[in-house]
Ligand binder design. Structure first.
Ligand code: SF4
Ligand code: SF4
Length: 457
């Protein structure tokens, strides 16, 4: 790859990449993209070689300066709009890498009592207003190990939605070994988004996600999937945790799509309680190659007018199109909190039971002081080396749980993947504009002023 267009960071205010044979400029501020000519590239290259101090002036001369889209200011607090319930802190599988340490987060396995589940839902929705949007998510452990409380919580949330006129969406992440036709009917009735954790097909899955006794779980899951995949309202997706043991992503993607999933998303294992399964730098390099290979196949299918459920790319394309620029990687501790089985609140489902991300209690609500401290400390402008990384407002600084637990080990992978997504976006916007809502794309942006280059010093 031409070093000028490599994903490594060169300046906090810009990134150069190539797509379709043409150079492009990505401006982190506002996540804006411009096609540029060789003269602009040369001018920027000169500024970069001289240390980069003149880059802001040069961008201003090109008419590309803009007030900061993301400021240092931290909101005092965020209204909670998404709540996950660790409805069951126990699991019938013994996944090698489980972030929840076998489902129980290092404590005695237990279910969330009904009264805590109902109180958590009440706390989220009691004051909901007409037209507001909320999400209630069920994670674990295995949520279906406590289906009675799950259903009671859904019925209660639905009651509040009907009373207030708010919209409440539901989601569940399940290992699918316990799912019944009645569960599927229930999920369908309430329009759940269902994510099934599957790490591959057959033995590949079984090696990572066996039952606690060691027997493989893949066959059982396949036997149980029928009613889920037949649901009419909800799309069912698969989530694959990637370790060094299941790096053949294309095979997994095609295998799981072949089972009938609408889409498949991959997530590298970067932090596990025992360190088992965590990916090292060399494996992340291979992961990047595999992801890009899946991306090329997805582009090929999309260009042929079809659908290909490679969710990592499909999601990234829409985020890039929207010009996503965020000060945090996700809503954890912001608009999103997780409730533990014993009624604690935490920044997200992976932090359940971890004081570092404690956010109050179900009984007392979100602790505004802890939330404010978290938001101040976790802002991407406070993270190193994120402050100087071109990818910072697309990435947001990396998953808090992984970064706090292991540091920033995946930055080359993240930037390599985002660079590929930017390239794919430019290609697909040209060839498949119907995939993207009108407006808000770099093709609609003002072109660089005609005198942008000639007016350089
Ligand atoms: S975590 Fe993300 S924003 Fe921070 S340095 Fe790594 S890639 Fe860049
Ligand atoms: S902190 Fe990590 S695991 Fe938690 S919601 Fe954010 S991205 Fe997901």
């Amino acid at each position: 790859m031409n070093a000028r267009f490599a994903p490594a960071p060169r300046h906090p205010d810009l990134h150069l990449f190539e797509s379709g044979g043409a150079p492009h400029l990505f401006l982190p501020n506002g996540s804006r993209i411009f096609e540029i000519d060789e003269d602009v590239v040369s001018a920027l290259e000169t500024a970069l070689h001289e240390g980069g101090a003149t880059v802001p002036d040069l961008l201003a001369r090109f008419g590309l300066a803009a007030p900061p889209f993301v400021t240092d200011e931290v909101p005092e607090s965020f209204a909670t709009r998404a709540l996950s319930l660790a409805i069951s802190q126990k699991c019938n599988l013994g996944c090698t890498y489980c972030y929840a340490d076998g489902g129980s987060f290092g404590e005695a396995p237990r279910n969330m009592p009904h009264d805590i589940a109902l109180a958590a839902v009440d706390g989220l929705l009691r004051d909901a207003g007409r037209g507001e949007r909320y999400t209630v998510a069920f994670l674990g452990g295995e949520p279906l190990a406590n289906r009675a409380a799950l259903r009671a919580a859904v019925e209660r949330a639905n009651h509040w939605a009907e009373r207030s006129g708010a919209h409440v969406g539901f989601s569940v992440t399940t290992n699918a070994t316990l799912v019944t036709a009645e569960d599927a009917a229930f999920f369908d009735k309430f329009g759940f988004a269902v994510t099934v954790s599957l790490d591959g097909v057959g033995d590949v899955h079984d090696r990572q996600r066996p039952f606690k006794g060691g027997r493989g779980s893949f066959q059982r899951i396949v036997e149980r999937l029928g009613p889920l995949l037949a649901m009419r309202r909800a799309q069912v997706t698969a989530r694959v945790t990637v370790t060094r043991e299941n790096l053949s992503l294309h095979e997994t993607l095609d295998g799981l799509l072949g089972l009938g999933f609408y889409g498949v998303g991959f997530s590298p294992m970067l932090k596990s309680p025992s360190g088992k399964g965590e990916m090292a730098a060399a494996e992340l390099g291979r992961l990047l190659e595999e992801m890009i290979a899946c991306g090329h196949e997805c582009e090929r299918r999309l260009l042929a007018g079809g659908h290909y459920g490679f969710l990592n790319l499909l999601t990234a394309l829409q985020e890039i199109h929207r010009g996503t620029h965020r000060p945090y990687p996700c809503g954890a501790g912001a608009g999103y909190v997780a409730a533990s089985a014993d009624g604690g609140l935490y920044a997200c489902h992976r932090f359940v039971g971890d004081d570092i991300a404690a956010m109050g209690t179900v009984a007392g609500g979100v602790d505004a002081g802890r939330q404010s401290d978290w938001l101040v400390a976790r802002h991407v402008h406070k993270q190193e080396p994120c402050r100087t990384c071109w990818a910072r407002y697309l990435c947001g600084g990396g998953c808090h749980h992984e970064v706090i637990g292991r540091g920033r080990v995946a930055c080359d992978y993240i930037r390599g993947w985002l660079q590929y997504c930017l390239q794919a976006y430019v290609r697909l916007l040209e060839a498949r504009p119907d995939m993207f809502p009108p407006g808000n794309s770099f093709r609609d942006a003002d072109a660089l002023p005609a005198d942008a280059v000639t007016s350089q010093p």
